[in-house]
Write a protein that binds this ligand. Structure first.
Ligand code: HEC
Ligand code: HEC
Ligand code: HEC
Ligand code: HEC
Ligand code: HEC
Length: 396
């Protein structure tokens, strides 16, 4: 009987706990790839994947600190929790109550957990050996299992990629469909089912995604173009010209990316102004993370004189216990979803200002809404910056 019980627990823990594969020092750092993949490494350095570590993103850091404070857990165990997607090569994937006690008493300095969290090897966040060491994606797992809990790693030194015939003097290579024909599967390892501690799913690009649309990499890594994948002269003294993409993963933090991301149409109907916002993208906007904000500025004019300015904010507010303001990760409930659906539209009706001869409407995107900016005391201007999308004018 005892034997059966042990087996049962063993089975559960094998399924539940992420398996860690130690990355050899020769591959841990993107600097080791630069000699042969210079272009790719410099593109990636500009991306926000390179900033997903606690020390490199103010918003992530302050959200994590806030989460630890409100759940009365140590910063280290919270870092391990968020590492699931933000720092997937961390060497410890869970902590227990015993550790919490040690941490409260300040006795955890130099412990295995403290070392794992502060290890230099994970300082680059989502780097080359995150995506290119994924060997298996378990799409049959429960949707809540993401990041580390959804993948198996290759042996250290095996780089998975889009080519079936790649050869390298520095590492082994392996082709995978999720690097080639089905790249969305790779993105959905982390960009899906982001949920609060109370199980509230506050963003889910996998569910929103309109099937049959372009794949994530076609927009966020750009179109395929011809260039060498590695400068090393591997093939009869030459480097092969390949189809490659850009590793900048440009997205919401890059102001210029917002230009024309949405379409705007204005119509006059009786005493009202109808504002139609169309979203041609295959995921909602705002989306990706909670508390993003779409700002609509409406200016009624008489000739060149401004009669009235109105601002409408499309964002989501979160509440935790007792109706208190909350970050997405601590939320029990969310306000109504006002985002513009993937491939869809939203129409706003605004009363026309009396005497107006024209109206100007402008759309902007803000990374963090005012409520969360003030809750977390965010300082960097990037969080409140208005990223211009489009504008339209209608004469009455
Ligand atoms: C977020 C995941 C991700 C990260 C991080 C990442 N890559 Fe890639 N990489 C991909 C995908 C997806 C492709 C396939 C693109 C395609 O051809 O459609 C790719 C392709 C490549 C290729 C083949 C050439 C090309 O551009 O298509 C090389 C070489 C490569 N990556 C090296 C690197 C290096 C070096 C780093 C670290 C600086 C890195 N990658 C970081 C996802 C990633
Ligand atoms: C000494 C040169 C060299 C170094 C250093 C190097 N690579 Fe490569 N890598 C190559 C060559 C050559 C290829 C094959 C290019 C081709 O076939 O066009 C390659 C191919 C790849 C591919 C594509 C594999 C496939 O099957 O599609 C990936 C991914 C990759 N390297 C990642 C990395 C990462 C990550 C690092 C750093 C940890 C790294 N490489 C360091 C030379 C190097
Ligand atoms: C291991 C988890 C993981 C995988 C796999 C992953 N991402 Fe990400 N991605 C993240 C995290 C975490 C961030 C946020 C980093 C930050 O802001 O600090 C992010 C940010 C982004 C951004 C926002 C950049 C910006 O400027 O706003 C884009 C776009 C993006 N990822 C696209 C992709 C695409 C496309 C793929 C698939 C090829 C992919 N990601 C795969 C975790 C992942
Ligand atoms: C047809 C082009 C297109 C495709 C395909 C696409 N996106 Fe986007 N995505 C955009 C545009 C446009 C934006 C808004 C401006 C920007 O970030 O480029 C955006 C924004 C984002 C953001 C930032 C949102 C924020 O506010 O933080 C992330 C993350 C993202 N996309 C991930 C993905 C993932 C994952 C996929 C695949 C399921 C995908 N995108 C497919 C065009 C696309
Ligand atoms: C399921 C995977 C996953 C887990 C677990 C996760 N995140 Fe994220 N997180 C992401 C992805 C993907 C993005 C990028 C979304 C985007 O930019 O649109 C992101 C972005 C963020 C951002 C926005 C960063 C920016 O620069 O705008 C914050 C803040 C954040 N996460 C906080 C946390 C905290 C705190 C935890 C742990 C309590 C955590 N995340 C756990 C996937 C995850």
């Amino acid at each position: 009987m005892k034997f059966l019980v042990t087996l049962f627990f063993l089975g559960v823990s094998l399924f539940g706990a992420a398996k860690v594969v130690k990355v050899d020092a020769r591959f841990q750092d993107s600097k080791s790839c630069k000699a042969c993949h210079h272009r790719i490494v410099t593109e990636w350095e500009e991306s926000w994947h390179s900033r997903s570590h606690y020390d490199n993103d103010e918003y992530f850091k302050k959200s994590l600190d806030y989460y630890a404070r409100k759940t009365r857990k140590s910063i280290n165990s919270t870092k391990i929790k968020c590492a699931t997607c933000h720092n997937p090569r961390i060497s410890i994937t869970s902590t227990d109550e015993e550790y919490e006690l040690e941490a409260v008493m300040g006795l955890d300095k130099g412990s295995a957990i403290d070392k794992a969290v502060n290890d230099a090897s994970i300082h680059e966040g989502i780097n080359c050996v995150v995506c290119h060491n994924i060997d298996k994606i378990h799409d049959e797992y429960d949707a809540s299992k993401r990041g580390i809990n959804r993948v198996e790693w290759t042996q250290s030194g095996v780089m998975t990629g889009p080519y079936k015939d790649a050869k390298s003097p520095y590492h082994k290579t392996k082709h995978h469909n999720f690097m080639d024909k089905k790249p969305n599967d790779l993105c959905f390892v982390c960009h899906a089912n982001d949920r609060s501690r109370n199980g509230l799913v506050f963003t889910n690009m996998q569910q929103e995604y309109k099937k049959g649309s372009k794949s994530c990499v076609e927009c966020h890594m750009g179109e395929k173009h011809k260039d060498v994948a590695a400068t090393y002269k591997m093939y009869n003294g030459e480097a092969k010209i390949r189809s490659v993409r850009n590793h900048g993963f440009k997205g919401g933090h890059i102001a210029t990316m917002w230009i024309d991301a949405l379409e705007l149409k204005l119509q006059e109907k009786k005493k009202n102004l109808l504002i139609t916002i169309k979203n041609p993208q295959p995921h909602n906007i705002p989306s990706g993370f909670g508390s993003r904000e779409l700002l609509i500025t409406i200016i009624f004019k008489k000739g060149s004189k401004i009669l009235k300015e109105k601002n409408v904010s499309l964002t989501t507010y979160y509440k935790r216990k007792k109706g208190r303001v909350s970050t997405p990760h601590l939320a029990k409930s969310a306000s109504k979803d006002l985002s513009i659906p993937a491939g869809g539209k939203r129409v706003l009706k605004v009363a026309k200002e009396q005497g107006a001869t024209s109206v100007e409407v402008e759309l902007n995107y803000v990374l963090v809404n005012p409520e969360i900016r003030s809750l977390l005391k965010l300082k960097d201007p990037i969080w409140s910056r208005k990223n211009y999308i489009t504008r339209a004018t209608l004469r009455f």
